[in-house]
Design a protein around this ligand. Structure first.
Ligand code: PGA
Length: 245
């Protein structure tokens, strides 16, 4: 089965469609395992899930979450850490059990890195695997922080961030010198092991990389292109992101 491409009327409609899929999963399988993403793209998705929690009784009490990635070299409490992002945008507003929230550490000592990444990977497997993985796509074509050159079978590991990715983070960090140079990311293989995957991409600035990921040969230079080999992956686009397909 080839990757599904959904071009929605606008990004609000795309967000609603993905939120509905997550809600019906969590209602039928309360202990679902969610793979979560950060970045600007999924913010309205988390806002919609918070609304469903408040207004429609959607409970995350038994859900387990694994985030895709985390910067290295900043404290967990740093304003730009993904731990902070996820709590501010989502976890602090729902009933998820804090003990079921998983993110890679942000200040993992060099000597502990291999074990830390192996433990993260093993924990995902031990929970039964990710039921539903949310993804954005970076301008390098990365999913998670799987920068160009990441093979399809790579697993959770430390990665050096691409300069394009670091430049995109300058507004948030306030200067290129403040942007971390590395991160821990789930691998392409970790992501591709998810049972269902929803990649969201919105706006004209994503149009070219979306086209490359979907229409150029599958390559480790664009890790999102690997989703075309997944049995249950979908691209949820707005008309701008789909404009050159
Ligand atoms: P964005 O990031 O949602 O902020 O565009 C996407 C990504 O880098 O994966």
């Amino acid at each position: 089965m080839s990757v599904q491409i959904h071009t929605h009327a606008d990004r609000g409609a795309a967000i609603k469609a993905v939120a509905q899929e997550i809600a019906s999963l969590v209602r039928t399988k309360p202990n679902a395992v969610l793979g979560l993403a950060t970045g600007a793209t999924p913010i309205p998705l988390y806002q919609e899930l918070v609304r469903m929690h408040r207004e429609e009784g959607l409970s995350f009490a038994q859900v387990t979450s694994f985030n895709l990635d985390e910067y290295q070299g900043i404290p967990r409490e740093h304003a730009e850490s993904y731990w902070t992002f996820m709590h501010q945008i989502f976890f602090d507003h729902i009933d998820i059990d804090p003990s079921r929230i998983n993110l890679p550490g942000s200040q993992v000592p060099v000597d502990d890195m291999t074990a830390h990444c192996a433990t993260y990977e093993a924990k995902i497997v031990a929970t039964g695997g990710i039921d539903y993985q949310i993804l954005g796509i970076g301008r390098t074509g990365h999913i998670g922080f799987n920068e160009p050159g990441s093979p399809a079978d790579c697993i959770t590991r430390e990665i050096h961030l691409d300069e394009i990715t670091r430049q995109d983070a300058v507004p948030a960090f306030g200067g290129i010198d403040q942007v971390p140079t590395s991160a821990i990311t789930m691998g392409c293989g970790t992501i591709l092991a998810a049972k269902k995957i929803a990649l969201m991409a919105f706006g004209e600035k994503k149009a070219d990389i979306v086209r490359k990921a979907l229409q150029e040969p599958i390559t480790d230079l664009i890790s999102a292109s690997f989703l075309r080999n997944h049995p249950n992956a979908a691209f949820h686009l707005d008309p701008e992101a789909a404009s050159v397909l």
